[in-house]
Design a binder for this molecule. Structure first.
Ligand SMILES: NC(=O)c1ccc[n+]([C@@H]2O[C@H](COP(=O)([O-])OP(=O)(O)OC[C@H]3O[C@@H](n4cnc5c(N)ncnc54)[C@H](OP(=O)(O)O)[C@@H]3O)[C@@H](O)[C@H]2O)c1
Length: 327
């Protein structure tokens, strides 16, 4: 698989990264329903066989479980894989979630992630959410101290505004930014893309399939009752029908390329040079096999224009029905 350089770092990531939120399982508020753990491990191994060279996880995914499964999947091959994980979201014994960027908390979280990942270094450590805005400088400073200690190779931010990155970038280099980006969430095109280019920050785009909606196979009836997607606006009526109708409207364009809708949605994200990689979630090896086909080819300009037009139509319909535009 083609690699892309992250900013001006010596990190070269495969165009598709393995997203391991869903494999964390159902034991928390943002779980994706039941997950077969052997299949989760097999999915990561299949991704590696298909030249996916990096994995995105987070302490919070499955309350530590995702990191443990990543460790299991890469056992004996740690140095051949780039692992990105995240801090700032905490949980207590009852599973209640909170946020902290207190320096000691960030250090403790990092040590716990190293343990769960069974490694002595993290390749890219992201602040997951800047909810604890008053302490983002403190959290960032701690991460940079841990870099000097060799526990972290690169520091990244996720879900940060440009103003929040401004607050930390002079303390220490921001190598990556991890924002959402898909046909349904294009906000980074307004300013963030340019901001990251100006500051040589690599963008790792998350949820390129809009968590399954853009796969061309999404069926709400197959979603488990404890899957977080049932609570999300884009997955509820009237939006769900509008979204799935949009996906259907792309079929003629997609067929031209002899690709699947899912591969098309990934290639659409990768069309921008500023994107260092698209993080795509998978729960079974067969899903991974389709996902990797999203890399290495281009969508023609005239088709991109038609997609823009169809997306505008979708937006108007959602606005008309809701009186507002969801994320
Ligand atoms: N930094 C952050 O705040 C943040 C936030 C969100 C995500 N992320 C990262 O980005 C990754 C990807 O985002 P995401 O997990 O939201 O979703 P995504 O990549 O947009 O979609 C992944 C989902 O699509 C479905 N899928 C994948 N391959 C498929 C196939 N071949 N056929 C049919 N369905 C398929 C699967 O769901 P089902 O099979 O269950 O339908 C899968 O879990 C996450 O895993 C995580 O690592 C980061």
């Amino acid at each position: 698989m083609k690699l892309r350089q992250v900013g001006k770092t010596d990190l070269f990531l495969s165009e598709v990264g393995f997203g391991s939120w869903a494999i964390g399982g159902p034991n928390w508020a943002f779980g994706w329903g039941p997950q077969n753990e052997a299949e989760a491990v097999a999915s990561i191994r299949r991704a590696r066989e298909l030249e996916v060279n990096w994995i995105d996880t987070a302490a919070i995914y499955g309350l530590g479980r995702s990191e443990e499964l990543v460790a299991k999947a890469v056992k004996g091959h740690r140095k051949e894989v780039i692992i990105a994980t995240k801090c700032s979201l905490l949980w207590d014994e009852a599973g209640n979630l909170s946020s902290s960027l207190d320096g000691e908390s960030v250090r403790r979280e990092c040590e716990m992630s190293l343990k769960r990942l069974n490694t002595d270094f993290i390749d890219i450590y992201h602040i997951h959410w800047p909810n604890d805005d008053a302490r983002i400088e403190e959290g960032w400073l701690t991460m940079h101290r841990m870099m000097e200690e060799g526990k972290i190779r690169y520091g990244g931010v996720s879900n940060f505004s440009d103003a929040q990155i401004d607050k930390v970038k002079n303390i220490g280099r921001v190598a990556t930014s991890q924002p959402p980006y898909s046909m349904f969430r294009r906000q980074i095109e307004d300013k963030h893309l340019q901001y990251c280019s100006d500051n040589t920050i690599g963008i790792l785009a998350y949820s390129p399939l809009h968590s399954g909606l853009l796969t061309g196979k999404f069926n709400i009836r197959k979603i488990a009752q404890n899957d977080w997607r049932l609570r999300a606006d884009e997955f509820k009526e009237p939006n769900l029908s509008i979204n799935l109708k949009f996906v259907k409207s792309l079929s003629t364009i997609v067929e031209k390329y002899n690709k699947t809708m899912l591969q098309f949605a990934i290639a659409w994200v990768l069309r921008l040079d500023g994107i260092s990689s698209a993080i795509v979630g998978a729960r079974r090896p067969s899903q991974v096999e389709e996902i990797v086909g999203g890399s290495g080819w281009q969508i023609e300009e005239e088709d991109l224009e038609e997609i823009d037009r169809l997306l505008e139509e979708r937006k108007s319909k959602i606005k008309e029905k809701n009186g507002y535009l969801p994320m």
